[in-house]
Design a protein around this ligand. Sequence first.
Ligand code: TXA
Ligand code: MG
Length: 308
Amino acid sequence: MTAIVTRDLEQALRILREDGIVAVPTETVYGLAARALSRSAVERVFAAKGRPRDHPLIVHVHSIDQARQWGFLDDRAERLVYRFWPGPLTILVPRRPIVPDWVTGARDTVALRMPDHAATLRVIEELGEPIVAPSANKFGKVSPTTARHVLDELGNDIDAIIDGGPCAIGVESTIVECVAEIQILRPGAVTTEQVEAEIGSDIATGSGPSRAPGMLASHYAPNSPVLLCSSLEEAQTLASTTEGLSVLIHEPDEAVFARNLYRRLREADSMGVDRIIVVLAPDHGLGAAINDRLAKAAAATISDRRAD
Ligand code: TXA
Ligand code: MG
């Protein structure tokens, strides 16, 4: 059965209440939602994505109050959510007893996020309980930024998709660990500089694979090889001196770059190009998040070559 694409939130809510799985829009990327408290629904999310069970999921809430029921927010976490929610920030905090092991892979922490999208906030509020929502793509692939992307990739594996239009930001949320030391585990549209300004001190940016198991070196990968350049000149030279069809991606406006990045990668893939050449962003602010995803997309290219 193919997923229903709908704007009818009541219909989506009925499916979620019956432990179905529904792709939902957020300001970052589309997520694949299920009731966090339903073991069978969460199992279906892992199965649809082909995601290993030990990769924990982000719990999406509709209010700061609801977040406090699922995690222990210290002063720093409180400051961050007060400032950046709803928005592209996920906090990693010690979990409360209500959090099921199937969401966290039995870790003692829980990732919490309040997305900035009216339809999805409404769904969580009406449901009366949080949802899990990993990005709605097959494991290791590029995240979806439109309902169409989700339909193409997961249409046969899920029950419904809420079409909330194209995602405004286009890269996944910033993940900030607020357990002992503050650490940025995944860069995103809430920048390191903004987190530091809010916390009032310097913070580490160590995305260790042991700490956030989804942060594999190779991730966010299109099928075509991805080659990274530090300038437009370098990219043009590379495109003109290599054989076959190259797509060149270069966008000086970082907000536009982030918003269109995954769509551009998908389009290049569907054209079956020989390589995707991308000019990196300046490595700070939102540019750091863009470059992080590009490095992961290119890492798949490098490891495929090693496997040859
Ligand atoms: O923007 C986003 O965050 C999107 C939208 C849909 O909200 N969601 C998203 O989820 O990117 P996902 O599952 O694709 O990425 C979540 C990341 C994974 O790398 C996972 O390992 C990490 O968060 N994570 C979740 N819970 C964790 C925990 N308790 N400890 C360590 N890492 C955790
Ligand atoms: Mg993901």
